[in-house]
Design a protein around this ligand. Structure first.
Ligand code: DP6
Length: 395
């Protein structure tokens, strides 16, 4: 009998950012956050977990490379907690196979290049938790599982759900109420799409983990952010409920700007945006200004995480214009393979002012475009999709 399960999990991109911990060990945030889950058909992490009596120790491979599972580290904590839940079930139900004490081999694979600079920790940790929960047939809810994923990487807790997801900061000292919950499923607003602009950047940036801690320790502006986020959480949830893109977009951009402002307010300052990122902001701003001047709503909303890549959210109907604009001013070296085949030649809004974007950037400032949409939560995959061979080593 092979005890094994394979699961995949999605990437999520926050529209209300998580930036700061009040407890670094339990990974408890200084504020609630909210994200959109992206479609696993385009971006996903897949993980296979197997328990076997022949394994000598717990081992984990990421994209084929073995990674150490450090005692007391984040991965170790996630595995330990899920195993404890399995052992608890085994002690309650005699009929359950005794697999909780067996060593594990875990293989994880991202279908997007690490070089793209997209956060892979959220989808990776969520896939790990989903595959272990499936292997162990745990009865815990997705919100309860999100508490475990949170201890692997804060933002990972939001990848346990599809659609629109809130991570409630919680108040309990032990973190028991700091978990993710669904605000709305993808079916509520299936029309919302995302265009990820992978921005070329040679320098190694500050990691989110150390960057946010520096902000907590040194930024006076963070206190102002913590004062305004609770109302933003309410307002963006209302906008999602009403599928009000204008309101959703305005809050998303304001929150991205404020997050990068607290980074600049950190000592020493942290710069995640580069010249290309700022030019993309100017482009979106001008698209929106021209559209509003013509009596229409926002075309798109930008948001940036701890790096220079832009994520542009827009309703499907606006995406051809967004793609045409990005393609015109930020031509990529390689042709854009759009799964939605929207083309790159839509007309920009009347009155669009070229000068605002500096008239066009050299090829390659934006390396790659990834077009996707709001997606579902973790999926249990068929055994055929296993990443481990018969010996329990990555295929
Ligand atoms: C800017 O979840 O990567 O993407 O909890 O230390 O692992 P750790 O940090 P991480 O931080 C993500 C920060 C962000 C904003 C967000 O996703 O909400």
């Amino acid at each position: 009998m092979v005890y094994e399960a394979t699961a995949s999990a999605p990437v999520n991109i926050a529209v209300i950012k998580y930036w700061g911990k009040r407890d670094t060990k339990l990974i408890l945030p200084t504020n609630s956050s909210l994200s959109v889950t992206l479609d696993q058909d385009h971006l996903r992490s897949t993980t296979t977990s197997r328990a076997d009596a022949s394994f000598a120790k717990d081992r984990l491979w990421l994209n084929g490379e073995e990674e150490a599972i450090k005692e007391g580290g984040r991965l170790h904590t996630c595995i330990k907690e899920l195993r404890a839940w399995r052992l608890e079930e085994e002690s309650k139900q005699d009929s359950l196979p005794k697999i909780g004490d067996l060593k594990l081999h875990i293989a994880s694979y991202n279908n997007f290049p690490t070089a793209a600079g997209l956060a892979s920790s959220a989808s990776g940790l969520a896939a790990l938790v989903a595959s272990l929960a499936a292997l162990y047939e745990l009865p815990q809810s997705r919100s309860e599982l999100s508490r475990i994923a949170r201890q692997g990487s804060g933002s990972a807790c939001r990848s346990l759900f599809g659609g629109f997801v809130a991570w409630r900061e919680g108040h309990a000292k032990d973190g028991s109420d700091s978990l993710a919950e669904e605000v709305a499923p993808r079916e509520h607003w299936p029309d919302l799409q995302a265009l990820i602009c992978v921005v070329s950047d040679a320098k190694k940036g500050t990691s989110s983990t150390s960057g946010m801690q520096a902000t907590v320790e040194t930024s006076p502006l963070l206190q102002e952010r913590l004062r305004v986020v609770p109302q933003r959480m309410v307002d963006i949830s209302t906008a999602i409920e009403a599928r009000d893109f204008d309101e959703f977009g305005r809050i998303t951009m304001a929150d991205s700007n404020q997050f990068h402002a607290v980074c600049l307010d950190t000592a020493p300052p942290i710069f995640y945006l580069n010249d290309t990122s700022r030019a993309i902001i100017a482009l979106v701003q001008e698209l929106n200004r021209a559209s509003e001047a013509n009596g229409n709503g926002l075309v798109a909303a930008y948001t940036f995480d701890a790096g220079p890549n832009a994520v542009l959210y827009a309703p499907a109907a606006n995406m051809p214009v967004v793609i045409a604009a990005v393609n015109k001013y930020f031509p990529q070296a390689n042709a854009f393979a759009d799964p939605f085949q929207m083309g790159t030649t839509a007309t920009l809004p009347a009155g669009f002012d070229d000068k605002v974007v500096n008239g066009g950037w050299e090829k390659g400032a934006v390396k790659q475009l990834i077009h996707t949409q709001v997606g579902d939560g973790p999926r249990r995959l068929d055994d055929k999709e296993s990443l481990l061979n018969t010996e329990g080593i990555p295929k």
